[in-house]
Design a protein around this ligand. Structure first.
Ligand code: ADP
Ligand code: ZN
Length: 529
């Protein structure tokens, strides 16, 4: 029973305790909430699981009127509203999945001032009808969730989000709070500009997730590697396995089921009831492994995901951070494990080359991929690298794979010169395009049919690289790609020199490399988290 306000406790703190049942704010929440309650605009950058929702839900409850929440996650609106209703909060949503009479009921409740929170899909706000409706009620604030959707590089909801900049013109006195878990300093600036948030205060929470152990390994036999991870470190745990394609999702899920795991597939090609059923099982049951494309996970709130495994290279550090961030939201030790290989790089470059959009767009995608590659091939702490990417500083974590088994550095200058000369020789044969496999066969002096067919056994570089194994040469190729000393093009992953390659070939540049991390990992496996 409510016994009247306690003068020592702010309205916000009272709502936190009475409505949400939490004793105290998490880092950052109080400041943000106070600012928005006072009517200020805010741009909030907080990692997944940080507690962004309360940052607008509490001000919506404290300020008079209805808080209007723009969210692209239509599938989750019902869940969010149900959860709020269970707490006694008057919440509703308007989206395209709704029956007309249900929608009418919601609209009436809003106009009558009977809602604390109203969730809307972004495309709703492009309709004059919705804007008129909003004009007929009282709005306490606008919350723009997943605000990175407004940013330039590839998001499906972008046009809808761009239209949100007009909210400010129509409702200049209503505070706006934009929230995202994914943003580099450049992206913050872009969000602020596009959403007309020039006056907004920026709140940037730490992106550090100390309970997550980051590990990145070279991919040789991905399924066997995954199986070993699951069996030795995560038996019976809930987790997510991300794959690039729907086909590999299906195959991997089948494989895990055969191996005795409760594994379910999730991708956009499955029908909606199947997706919903699989998601519900993952959320409710213990020990389910969700094998999914990146279509899965946005907005999922499952605290005890113990591992996130990537069987393919993510397209960007933003994506990698967001996906791995779904592990360990309860703060307990969790694993973020990624296996990647040369083939991933070839495939992603091909996808970039054939992607829609202009050259500037392709260059942006390529830059994102390069940053991801550099993280994979770093000799430094993974966590420090991640944080640095988001413009934050951190000390070596002592818990990631490179901290636990520091990769040995070696002088790869001569190896790089050999490899680049081989690429140079083949590049001169204009009509033929050759990938890493052929180059490595030549360096190793292997007289394969393809080598003989093209007369590559008579090249001066034939057999000059026998001091390294095939796996080591692959590692050299990956690292040269990561260092921008080589690039890949076209359908077959043709290796091509870059401008910087000339500095190596001209002996003006040293090439430090890391020792094949697979060997290091075999030598000393990180302790169980
Ligand atoms: P985000 O949107 O940033 O990913 P959520 O808002 O979904 O995160 O919050 C993640 C989880 O943390 C939720 O289960 C939420 O109830 C919980 N949470 C948020 N703030 C607090 C708090 N002050 N005390 C305890 N739990 C909190
Ligand atoms: Zn580290």
């Amino acid at each position: 029973p409510y016994s009247g306000p306690d003068p020592e406790v702010s309205d916000a703190a009272r709502v936190l305790q009475r409505v949400f049942g939490y004793p105290s704010f998490r880092e950052g929440q109080q400041e943000i909430i106070d600012h928005v309650v006072a009517g200020g605009d805010a741009l909030v950058l907080m990692p997944t699981g940080g507690g962004k929702s309360l940052c607008y839900q509490i001000p919506a409850l404290v300020r008079p009127g209805t808080g209007v929440v723009v969210s692209p996650l239509i599938a989750l609106m019902q869940d969010q509203v149900d959860a709020l209703t269970a707490l006694g909060v008057r919440a509703g949503f308007l989206n395209s999945t709704q029956e007309p009479d249900e929608r009418a009921r919601m609209e009436e409740a809003f106009v009558a001032g009977e809602l604390d929170l109203l969730y809307l899909a972004p495309e709703r706000l492009r309709s004059e009808q919705t804007l008129r409706l909003l004009g007929n009620g009282k709005i306490s604030l606008f919350a723009i969730d997943e605000a990175h959707c407004v940013a330039q590089w590839g998001h499906d909801f972008r046009p809808d989000y761009l239209a949100l900049s007009t909210l400010h013109e129509r409702w200049p006195d209503v505070p706006r709070i934009a929230l995202t878990a994914t943003a580099t300093p450049a992206t913050h600036a872009e969000i602020a500009a596009r959403l007309n948030l020039g006056e907004a205060r920026h709140f940037v929470a730490s992106f550090d997730r100390p309970n997550i152990q980051y590990r990145i390994v070279p991919k040789n036999e991905p399924r066997r590697q995954l199986l070993e991870l699951l069996r030795t470190e995560h038996p019976g745990d809930s987790g997510i396995v991300y794959c690039l394609s729907r086909a590999s999702v299906e195959k991997t899920a089948e494989f895990l089921v055969q191996q005795g795991f409760t594994a379910l597939p999730y991708h956009a090609g499955l029908d909606a009831p199947t997706r919903a059923a699989n998601q519900a099982r993952f959320l409710r049951e213990d020990g389910v492994v969700m094998v999914a494309t990146i279509a899965f996970g946005m907005g999922i709130d499952k605290p005890d995901v113990r591992f996130v495994a990537h069987l393919d290279l993510p397209k960007s550090i933003e994506g990698y951070y967001q996906e791995t961030g779904r592990a360990g939201r309860d703060g307990l030790p969790s694993t973020a494990w990624l296996a990647y290989g040369l083939q991933d790089v070839v495939q992603q470059r091909r996808m970039i080359d054939t992607s829609e959009g202009d050259d500037a767009h392709r260059r942006r995608l390529a830059a994102h991929l390069d940053a991801m590659l550099a993280l994979c091939e770093t000799v430094e702490c993974r966590r420090t690298g991640l944080l640095a990417y988001f413009g934050q500083r951190g000390d070596a974590c002592g818990n990631c794979d490179t901290c636990l088994t520091p990769p040995e550095a070696w002088d790869g200058t001569i190896a790089a010169q050999k490899l680049l000369s081989a690429v140079f020789r083949l590049q001169r044969e204009r009509r033929q395009k050759f990938g890493a496999g052929q180059i490595i066969d030549i360096l190793l002096g292997r007289s394969t049919p393809k080598v003989l067919q093209h007369g590559h056994d008579s090249l001066t570089v034939f057999g000059i690289g026998t001091e390294l194994s095939e796996g080591e040469w692959r590692a050299v190729v990956r690292q040269l790609l990561a260092q921008g000393l080589l690039t890949v093009e076209g359908d077959y992953g043709t290796l091509v020199l870059t401008e910087a390659s000339g500095e190596v070939l001209g002996r003006r540049r040293q090439v430090p490399l890391r020792r094949d991390p697979a060997r290091a990992a075999r030598a000393a496996k990180p302790a169980k988290a």
